[in-house]
Design a protein around this ligand. Structure first.
Ligand SMILES: CC(C)(COP(=O)(O)OP(=O)(O)OC[C@H]1O[C@@H](n2cnc3c(N)ncnc32)[C@H](O)[C@@H]1OP(=O)(O)O)[C@@H](O)C(=O)NCCC(=O)NCCS
Length: 410
């Protein structure tokens, strides 16, 4: 392993990266080359890394896409790890793990505070501090039930969206995340919204009449299925009107499908229960910068709590140490115990210890689980938290309570 090194992927390396991809996932398929070319523009020069041997032959590659993700209604910089693959003849000796360590270090350097990914090999990512954040579920409804909500639309009629609506769509999504203090969903850039609205495969409508509620829906139609990608309404009538425009396709497409928040209000609006055809994509998360992530995340303004924890994070030494994690007036902090701006005490304080003097200890995986709303007692059962006291567990649970979801696949 000592002969291996990590370096940035350049334009000249892309054919070698694509060759490993083909050996990992097969040919690119229709439209794949255009996707690949576009992707390279998004990640070069500093968000795509490779592991190379002494002859500079590429053995593995992966990228960390620059995304924004809502946590408690505020938007955090999230590195979306994707396209991790190793040359088959080089597998089984830690090459992908080495690559992941390089990507984590790079994301920290670039200022990403959390990272997410959709794993095919979870143990690979657990080994470098990622843990399961949640699942991306898929619900199906009978299209005629969706059409029926038109009676609750208050006569609102969405109009077809145009590329010029990109700013509106972006602001609707951003406001929606903030208003409902959502955790998990990604916020596309205005340019991404524009690309989406220019995509002829997507069918998009907006509501923006002066003085009326705003809203947006985007869906696609293929194989007699209407698939909702995004739906945001600012009132019950707007929400119903947007669902109804999708359901209006019921004569040609009997099924409406959505990869939506399991708590999307549509579930309360539609007459029938969804058919839960279980297609769940597990997603994993890692906290890259504990202090930065705590400061950026939104928390309930009604929670005032603090807890001391000892974090052990070999991949990100800056996360390691004894911290006071606290929430007050809707904002969070992580203060290193013993630092001048912290509590001023050296090492773990007595409050971090139970009667047997064992502090609440967690590694990067435990921290990831906590961040995503797993209760501490359950993390404890999975061996991801040790020590501490019941009061500390409750304080941490109160701070991070939530049901994060991720609907965007990358
Ligand atoms: C998954 C992949 C990247 C692993 O590469 P690698 O260099 O062999 O990985 P490492 O040697 O660092 O493996 C670290 C750990 O990951 C897990 N892992 C690796 N390959 C795995 C596989 N095929 N299935 C399940 N777990 C796997 C193991 O826990 C492994 O630890 P172990 O060797 O002690 O059992 C490689 O097999 C590959 O390119 N596969 C095809 C593409 C792919 O699935 N990419 C992942 C996309 S999310």
């Amino acid at each position: 392993m000592s002969h291996l090194r990590i370096r940035d992927v350049t334009e000249a390396d892309l054919p070698a990266a694509l060759a490993i991809r083909r050996r990992s996932f097969g040919p690119l398929g229709t439209g794949g080359q255009a996707w690949w070319d576009g992707l390279a523009k998004e990640v070069l020069p500093d968000r795509m890394l490779a592991v190379v041997d002494e002859a500079d032959t590429m053995l593995a590659t992966g990228r960390a896409l620059p995304f924004e993700q809502a946590w408690g209604g505020r938007h955090l910089r999230m590195g979306g790890v994707a396209g991790v693959y190793a040359e088959p003849s080089a597998r089984g000796q830690g090459v992908a793990s080495l690559l992941m360590r390089g990507l984590i270090t790079r994301m920290v350097e670039l200022g990403d505070v959390v990272s997410c990914l959709f794993p095919t090999a979870p143990e690979l990512y657990r080994g470098v501090g990622f843990e399961v954040g949640g699942v991306q579920p898929r619900y199906s409804y009978a299209a005629h039930d969706v059409r029926a909500v038109r009676s609750r639309s208050g006569g609102l009629r969405p109009r077809p969206a145009r590329p010029g609506d990109a700013e509106l769509v972006h602001s609707l999504l951003r406001d929606h995340h903030a208003r409902h203090a959502l955790s998990g969903p990604m916020l596309p850039t205005v340019d991404t919204c524009r690309d989406y609205l220019e995509d002829e495969e997507q069918i998009s409508y907006v509501l923006d009449a002066a003085g009326g509620p705003r809203g947006f829906v985007s869906y696609s139609l293929a194989d007699e299925v209407l698939t909702v990608e995004e739906i945001v309404g600012e009132s019950p009538e707007a929400t119903a009107a947007l669902w109804a425009v999708v359901g209006s396709g019921s004569s040609a497409a009997p099924t409406v499908r959505g990869h939506l928040d399991p708590r999307d209000p549509g579930r309360l609006l539609l007459g029938n229960v969804p058919e839960l055809d279980v297609r769940e994509h597990v997603w994993m998360l890692r906290v890259l910068d504990l202090r930065g992530a705590m400061a950026a995340r939104g928390f309930s303004p009604h929670v005032t709590a603090s807890a001391e924890v000892v974090v052990e994070d070999p991949e990100v030494p800056a996360n390691s140490g004894t911290w006071t994690i606290s929430v007050d007036a809707g904002s969070g902090r992580a203060d290193r115990v013993g630092e001048p701006d912290g509590t001023g005490r050296a090492g773990a304080s007595p409050a971090a210890y139970d009667s047997d003097h064992e502090p609440t200890r967690l590694g990067a995986r435990g921290l990831a689980g906590l961040w995503c709303g797993w209760s501490v007692s359950r993390l404890r059962l999975a061996g991801l938290v040790s020590g501490g006291r019941p009061e500390t567990d409750r304080a941490l649970d109160a701070m991070f309570a939530g049901k994060p979801y991720l609907t965007e696949y990358f």
